[in-house]
Structures are given as C-alpha cells and as structure tokens.
Design a protein around this ligand. Structure first.
Ligand SMILES: Nc1ncnc2c1ncn2[C@@H]1O[C@H](COP(=O)(O)OP(=O)(O)OP(=O)(O)O)[C@@H](O)[C@H]1O
Ligand SMILES: Cc1ncc(C[n+]2csc(CCOP(=O)(O)O)c2C)c(N)n1
Ligand SMILES: [Mg+2]
Length: 336
C-alpha cells in the first residue's frame, strides 16, 4: 500500500471507503458516473457551502496527520451549515493530491473525513481528483436542507438583541501557537493536550443552529472561523448594527489562561483574533434570552455565554470593566 498515488488508485480507495461508510438516503446514483443524482425533500430549501484547505496555509504536515486534516475539513463545512440552521446531507470533495505521498496517506485522510461526515449522516457522493503537484489542496462542498423559507442569516441582528457564543474562544489559536513555536511551557500535560486537540481536531456545537432555527430563537448567527472580532464584524456589516462585547464576559478556558500566562500573551488576543474555534455566535431578541439559554444549555450540556448586546450604529466594540468602549475592528484571520 506504500506506493506513489495516482488518480485511479485514489478513486478506487474513495469508492471502497465510501461504500462502507456512506448512507445512501436520497442518493439515486452512486460514485462512478459523470454526475450524481440527488433527491431533496419537498418541503425544504437547499443550503450549500464550500470550504478549502491548503497545505502550508491551513495545516502543516510537520505536526498534523492526514486523519485530522480530513476531520477538520468536514468540521469547517459542517460548522457553516450548522450556523445557517441547516441539516447537512451530501458532500462533494475536490482533491488536489501529491503523487509523492503514499496511497496509505489518502486512505487515512478518507477515514478522518468520513468519520466526521458519518456522525451527521452525510454521504460523500462525488467530487474530482487531480494532481496538485507540490501542495495538497482540498475543497469540500456540503449540501443540506433548511425548512422552506427559513434559515439563520448574518443579516438580521436588531438593536436590543443579546449576543451569545456556544463555547470558549481562542483555544484553537492557543494550540496553533504551541505547535508552531514548538514550545513546552511549564504547564500540566492535560491543558496542553486540550489546546492542541482544539486546533487539530476541533469540536463544534452539532445541532445547535438547527435547534435555534426550529424554535425561532435566533435573529442572526455565524460560526467562528476567522476570529470573534472579524466574525462579529460580518454580522454588524450585514445587519447594519453595532455590537458591544463585555470584555469580562468573553469565555476563555483555563488551559488558555495557563498558556497565556506562561507565554506572556494576553488571553483576550487569542480569543479576539484567533480563528477556527467553530463555535456559533448568535443574537437573540431580549424577550427570548431566558428561553434560548435554557434550550442551548440542554443541547450543549452546559450554559452558553452571553457576551454582549446589539445597538444602532456600526462596528464591533469592547467594553471594559469601567464601561469604557474601544472599537476593535477586524483583527481576525485574513488570507493575503
Ligand atoms: N471564490 C468564490 N466564489 C464565489 N463566492 C465566494 C467565493 N469565495 C467566497 N464566496 C462567498 O463569499 C461569502 C463569504 O465567504 P466566507 O469565506 O467569508 O464565508 P465562510 O465560508 O463562512 O468563511 P470560512 O471560510 O471562514 O468558513 C460567502 O457567501 C461565500 O459563498
Ligand atoms: C499552518 C497554519 N497557519 C495558520 C493557520 C491559522 N488559520 C489558517 S486559515 C484560518 C482562518 C479560517 O480559514 P478560512 O477562512 O479559509 O476558512 C486560520 C485561523 C493554520 N490553521 N495553519
Ligand atoms: Mg462561516
């Protein structure tokens, strides 16, 4: 199995892996034709997203594995569908492979990808496989459904709404900091492992966006892929509002606090500008705030964090303990 990779060898692997993993509901043809025929349900709209991952930009093979790359590719897409309130159904993979890597490498990638897709009942129904020469390139398209005429958008936050986030922020960036700087700060093993896992194999609040949509509890939502400041900025721009975040309410995990202290980096910097947390940020009208806390707590098995509120105006602002406002702008990740 340790041979160089070619298109046909990889497609054979895909067919084999997929036939053992893919649930075939509403898939009329299987892998092997020019196209796949899919049958959406009648009372639904389709919700579609795509995320790419490039070697050296989204991952570095000196510290991650093909299995985790596959899982994270699925997670970043499942997180987008979740933030829209969708139920994911089908995936299409664009695979730009390196032929100098063995077929075992790709086998492991598919195991990872399919393990995450399977958890949500998503079938890998097609794609395209090409040589990418020097750098691996992956592109996953995910298709799902939302109830007809309903979805969670970035554009409907209103003044007065409360802002919530589903989990702690900055852990992924903390893990990346450890991996890239190859440092072993004097903090216990478990917090270190937690931060590294948050980067290599992040979790996401599965089913939360869908629940908020079904119960009509969110006015807007977005997943945290670029970092709190940039992702909230998207809500502000599209909703034409401003967001005020209480600095002390931003959730920061204990492992991240330990790392921040040891590495002399402010934890807030990781949380505001670090990305790839895959938590959901959402807004809820004030009269539904109690209910949304109850519903989210039940689903997440811990309470969500209320971090601020929406006002008329423009921009993202941090409010310190004395009530002073500071505009933070887009400090998150931007490809350049
Ligand atoms: N190459 C492209 N062609 C067409 N539309 C694009 C392209 N790149 C981005 N878009 C669209 O621009 C919008 C913003 O994209 P963005 O990548 O910020 O969203 P996202 O998928 O949530 O981000 P992330 O990649 O961080 O998860 C989306 O509607 C997306 O579909
Ligand atoms: C080697 C390496 N360097 C930097 C990063 C950090 N990083 C890359 S893309 C991104 C934002 C989301 O991307 P996108 O908008 O493409 O979904 C972040 C925070 C990483 N993961 N690996
Ligand atoms: Mg997104």
């Amino acid at each position: 199995m340790n041979s160089r990779s070619t298109e046909l060898k990889l497609i054979e692997i895909i067919k084999k892996e997929v036939s053992s993993e893919t649930p075939l509901t509403s898939v009329i043809t299987d892998i092997g034709d020019d196209c796949v025929i899919l049958r959406p349900t009648k009372e639904a709209d389709l919700v579609v997203t795509k995320d790419c991952m490039v070697e050296g930009v989204h991952f570095d093979l000196s510290y991650t594995t093909p299995y985790f790359i596959g899982r994270k590719l699925a997670t970043s897409n499942l997180s987008d569908i979740g933030a829209a309130g969708g139920r994911p159904l089908w995936a299409l993979l664009g695979l730009g492979f390196r032929s100098d890597f063995s077929t075992a490498f790709y086998q492991s990638f598919f195991k990872g990808l399919l393990s995450s897709l399977k958890r949500e009942g998503v079938g890998l129904v097609g794609g395209d496989t090409v040589s990418a020469k020097e750098r691996l390139f992956f592109s996953l398209t995910l298709i799902g459904e939302v109830p007809k005429g309903k979805f969670l958008s970035r554009a409907k936050a209103r003044p007065g709404d409360r802002i919530f986030v589903s989990g702690p922020l900055g852990d992924s960036q903390g893990g990346l900091f450890l991996l890239q700087n190859r440092i072993k700060p004097p903090i216990p093993r478990n917090p270190l492992k937690y931060l590294i896992k948050s980067h290599l194999d992040p979790s996401y609040p599965m089913g939360l966006g869908r629940r908020l949509l079904e119960l009509d509890l969110a006015s807007s939502s977005i997943d945290v892929s670029d970092g709190l400041s940039t992702d909230l900025w998207h809500i502000c721009e599209r909703s034409k509002v401003r967001c005020i975040i209480e600095e002390s309410a931003i959730p920061i995990s204990r492992p991240l606090r330990l790392l921040s202290k040891a590495a002399h980096v402010r934890p807030l910097d990781f949380a505001i500008s670090g990305g790839e947390d895959f938590e959901i940020i959402w807004t809820t009208p004030p009269h539904k705030a109690q209910e949304v806390k109850k519903v989210a707590s039940k689903l997440l098995k811990r309470p969500p964090y209320e971090i601020g509120y929406v006002e008329e105006g423009k921009g993202v602002f941090l409010k310190d303990s004395r009530g002073k406002l500071r505009e933070i702008g887009r400090l998150g990740y931007e490809h350049r």
